[in-house]
Design a protein around this ligand. Structure first.
Ligand code: NAP
Length: 306
């Protein structure tokens, strides 16, 4: 039986893995894709302490993985399908088998929200994208739209200025949600044109994106813009399907925990973007991963099995 099974290998999971393996617990990380989480799609990280020049998202999580493996963290490329919590143990069923553990750390993160517009699903991968780092280079000298006004939308719009001819940043209000520094940077970019108080209605095109239909929410006026790419960054949805109905979730589906990352079920902890909270950063995810590991160890030391 494992002491800890960590589900998800982003910064929260990797940090929980580092602390748990260094504490000599019998720990396993399950990650269905490559460890790293959403940070893998982040071109450049400049607000993670210790890297004054900044560091690529890929390199940062690769270093985290190397560091946790140095202390013996075992990472298995498996998908957790079901979690069962009985009186004396916790069971994680994966696509490869059944695992028993004393504690679980949920670090499954979140995935990008969809707009649900006509054309969005049909043109996904054909001009509709949720990752500028992955797809930005395809839009060299072309016009694109970015939807959203948070840190992600603004950061990715700035990244797209390296390739695209023009970036229309479409936001439903007349003020960005993004931090001031990112706002200043975006506003100083000639290639970014802000389209305020506007929502997208339809993504146009047959085999590829040819345009977007927009509506001004103040005037009701509908207009079309010819573009070749639409990047959608309107926030995230938690990957909590695995524990729905088993641990308490908030109205948006994020896992509710106390300040020590303990969920409503003893021995089950949650860290990183999956947690119900208002501030999602790599640095906060890392802190929560360490906290979850500490409390999982304490839970086992105190003699709990369930
Ligand atoms: P977010 O902060 O939730 O922002 C989502 C944006 O999309 C908001 O501007 C929102 O508009 C807009 N939006 C939401 N639903 C929409 C809809 N249906 N139609 C049109 N627009 C819609 O999401 P995020 O930018 O992905 O950031 C998530 C978290 O990660 C945040 O905590 C953020 O600080 C963090 N993050 C940090 C960094 C960094 O530190 N460098 C980088 C990326 C992300 P309203 O403003 O009107 O609600």
């Amino acid at each position: 039986m494992y002491d800890v099974i960590i589900i998800g290998g982003g910064p929260a999971g990797l940090t929980a893995g580092l602390y748990s393996s260094r504490a000599r617990m019998n720990v396993l990380m399950l990650e269905m894709l490559a460890p790293g989480g959403q940070v893998l799609n982040t071109d450049w990280v400049e607000n993670y302490p210790g890297f004054p020049e900044g560091i690529s998202g890929f390199e940062l999580v690769d270093r985290m993985k190397t560091q946790s493996e140095k202390f013996g963290l075992r990472i298995e490329n498996e998908e957790a399908l079901r979690v069962k919590i009985t009186d004396d143990k916790k069971i994680v069923e994966t696509n490869k088998g059944t695992l028993e553990t004393k504690t679980i750390i949920l670090a499954c993160g979140a995935t990008w929200k969809k707009l649900g517009l006509e054309g969005e699903a049909q043109l996904a991968g054909k001009g509709v994208s949720y990752c500028a780092t992955c797809d930005g280079p395809f839009y060299r000298d072309q016009d694109v739209a970015v939807i959203g006004g948070g840190d992600t939308a603004v950061e990715e719009a700035i990244f797209l200025t390296r390739f695209a001819n023009k970036i229309y940043l479409v936001h439903r209000r007349d003020q960005l949600r993004a931090t001031k520094l990112l706002q200043e940077r975006a506003m100083s970019q000639e290639k970014i044109e802000f389209i305020w108080n506007t929502i997208p209605l339809k993504i146009l095109g047959q085999d590829g994106v040819e345009g977007i239909e927009l509506q001004n929410v103040k005037t009701g006026k509908i207009a079309r813009k010819a573009i070749h790419g639409v990047f959608i960054f309107i926030g995230t949805l938690p990957n909590t399907g695995l524990v729905k109905g088993k641990v308490d979730l908030d109205d948006e589906g994020f896992v509710i925990t106390d300040e020590n990352t303990r969920t409503s079920v003893p021995g089950v902890f949650a860290a990183g973007d999956i947690r119900s909270k208002s501030w999602r950063q790599i640095s906060t995810a890392v802190g929560e991963g360490a906290t979850a590991s500490f409390w999982a160890e304490k839970y086992i030391e105190e003699g709990h099995q369930s």
